[in-house]
Design a protein around this ligand. Sequence first.
Ligand code: NAP
Length: 324
Amino acid sequence: MKPLVVAYKPLPDDVVAELREHVELVQVDNAAALTKSLANAEGAIGASLKITPQMLDSAPTLRAWSTISVGYDNFDVPDLTRRGIALAHTPDVLTESTADTVFSLILASARRVVELAEWVRAGNWQRSIGPELYGTDVQGKTIGIVGLGRIGAALARRAALGFRMRVLYTNRHPHPEAEAQYGARRVTLDTLLAEADFVCLQVPLTPETQHLIGAAELAKMKRSAILINASRGPVVDEAALIQALRNGTIRGAGLDVFEHEPLPADSPLLAMKNVVALPHIGSATHETRHAMARCAADNLIKALAGTLRENLVNPQVLEPARAQ
Ligand code: NAP
């Protein structure tokens, strides 16, 4: 008998067909239906939903969970591990698209692309613009990457080779390839904040990175600097950011992620011309979202078969299978 799998995000037709060759698939569209369907399921696949230990209490047969994302902050990983549930994610396939999103936020914020496009649309373009609407250069400036991993390295490549930028970064471990190939220099967070023209956050959300950037850190940035966040909303203390933008502590912000998503329409951020706000689109291209769904489906099929070797968040769960 094929194992029962619950999908809690719409999947492309070819990925559904591939999954159906290996599993019995149930598709749901909300958390309550997911929790109910988990009762007899051996696997789950989806994204963008907080998965709590309580949801898993009534899922005794569950063995594998495949998230269609690289970030896994929606899960209590130690709890999954204790329950013997393997968690797989989708690194690499989304790296380049997400780095493109980060760079579009850098360019849009620096060159005031959204603000000026709205200005044109509103019929304000009567003569050549003056200095009050000028932007600031990106090429040749200093980028500070907080969390230089897969996406951070793709960002460093764009910055150093495409825009001749100086690259600073913080990590717990050095990244020798980025240092050799892009001249990246590992510095303390304080130095990065003090020297970067663009502070780009690309760390995972963990207890250590929650509110990594708050009022004190924003105060250490240059007044001319721009904060870019395409990691996870809670890495930034949003109330402190709003205050810093109001006070002119920093020049502006380019944000793909927020503490509460979807961002409420009455968020003060949306009233600020020096904020570019995107609806969490880091990896949202047709090609990349398809590749992520396929990767997640492959991960799940292999995890259920006990043969998954890569993309595992908690590999220790499948270790007994490996030993066989
Ligand atoms: P990654 O390769 O694991 O890179 C993360 C980097 O952060 C690593 O270099 C790591 O280096 C560093 N790091 C981790 N914990 C840290 C800490 N406590 N303090 C300082 N540095 C820390 O992950 P990735 O594939 O680049 O993805 C990064 C994150 O981007 C994901 O977790 C996800 O939240 C976010 N993301 C967002 C979108 C979007 O749609 N906006 C799309 C994709 C990914 P060390 O281990 O040396 O510290």
